[in-house]
Design a protein around this ligand. Structure first.
Ligand SMILES: C[S@@+](CC[C@H](N)C(=O)[O-])C[C@H]1O[C@@H](n2cnc3c(N)ncnc32)[C@H](O)[C@@H]1O
Length: 287
């Protein structure tokens, strides 16, 4: 006799509980994916038998989850700011905290006029694509050092039918000369390379380059803040996601590099997560 939906979920949750705090949800998502049905279907038909093919596929996905492989990689998609994005192991899994950065950026971007934006370290493209979807008149450039991320971001841009100028670049280094922005946004890697957090949960399955920039965790933030004045117009804004314990260090850096009106906003967990600053005292203005 083949497995029923409810017993399959129980079987999967018991195993996934070894690596996930949301074992039942994970099991349901994987099973719904195998059946190509919404999760609600599982509740409507708990006694329905699975085909042998679905049961085999589900068992394989549960084994993958135990490695642990993040659910978003197994499903190939994740929702961010109410949009669905393709996800692959090439890029960081979109995080709900990053919606704060998008929310704050949208407060600065006018609806009725053009605005030049750069998203540094775009990963799967979630920030750039969401901003373009919400503010179609914005002119958006998005960079990443990793060509595999840019390929995924381009696929996501096609999926949402938005035009973004994607550039392979080590932060600003390969940006064409003469580019200027009204706003630079970034969710860079910011975890120190020896931080024990990197060994927890699903993090080992995500790309190192997306998580850690080096020994202090501040290397990418320093690069981005230190050279922002070369690309931002006077009065332009820089918005950065960072570690919950990096707020003061980021504020010092911003002040040292000519920014003012520096503020930090808390994420959904009430942790200081996103800093915003205005460039008022450009030490290196363009002629
Ligand atoms: C924390 S992930 C953020 C990805 C995406 N923006 C998001 O919020 O989900 C950081 C991204 O920065 C990219 N990155 C790391 N070092 C970089 C560098 N030197 N220059 C450009 N991008 C870099 C990584 O490839 C990764 O996609």
């Amino acid at each position: 006799m083949s497995e029923q939906i409810d017993t399959a979920i129980r079987w999967g949750s018991e195993r996934i509980a070894r690596c996930s705090e949301s074992a039942r949800l994970d099991a349901e998502l994987l099973l719904a994916h195998c059946l190509d049905k919404p999760r609600s279907f599982l509740y409507a038909r708990p006694e329905q038998s699975l085909s042998e093919a679905s049961w085999q596929k589900y068992q394989k996905l549960v084994q993958e989850r135990l490695k642990p492989t993040p659910i978003a990689y197994l499903l190939g998609a994740r929702e961010f700011y109410s949009l669905e994005f393709s996800t692959t192991p090439a890029a960081l899994v979109p995080r709900p905290e990053t919606e704060l950065l998008v929310e704050l950026a949208l407060q600065q971007i006018p609806r009725q006029q053009s605005f030049r934006i750069c998203d540094l370290g775009t990963g799967s493209g979630i920030i750039a694509i969401t901003l373009k979807t919400e503010r179609p008149l914005a002119d958006i450039c998005a960079t990443d050092i990793d060509p595999a991320c840019l390929e995924l971001a381009r696929e996501n841009a096609r999926r949402h039918e938005v035009a973004i100028n994607f550039i392979e670049s080590d932060w600003y280094q390969q940006l064409p000369a003469g580019l200027e922005f009204d706003l630079i946004v970034s969710n860079p890697p910011y975890i120190a390379a020896d931080h024990p957090f990197l060994a927890l949960g699903d993090l080992p399955a995500e790309p190192d380059i997306a998580l850690t920039p080096g020994t202090t965790g501040l290397e990418a933030l320093q690069q981005i803040i230190g050279h922002a004045h070369e690309y931002l117009v006077e009065g332009g804004y820089l918005m950065l996601e960072h570690g919950y314990d990096q707020q003061a260090l980021v504020a010092d850096l911003l002040e040292n590099f000519g920014f003012s009106e520096i503020r930090c906003e808390n994420d959904y967990n009430q942790l200081p997560r996103t800093s915003i600053a205005k460039l008022v005292d450009n030490p290196n203005p363009r002629a």
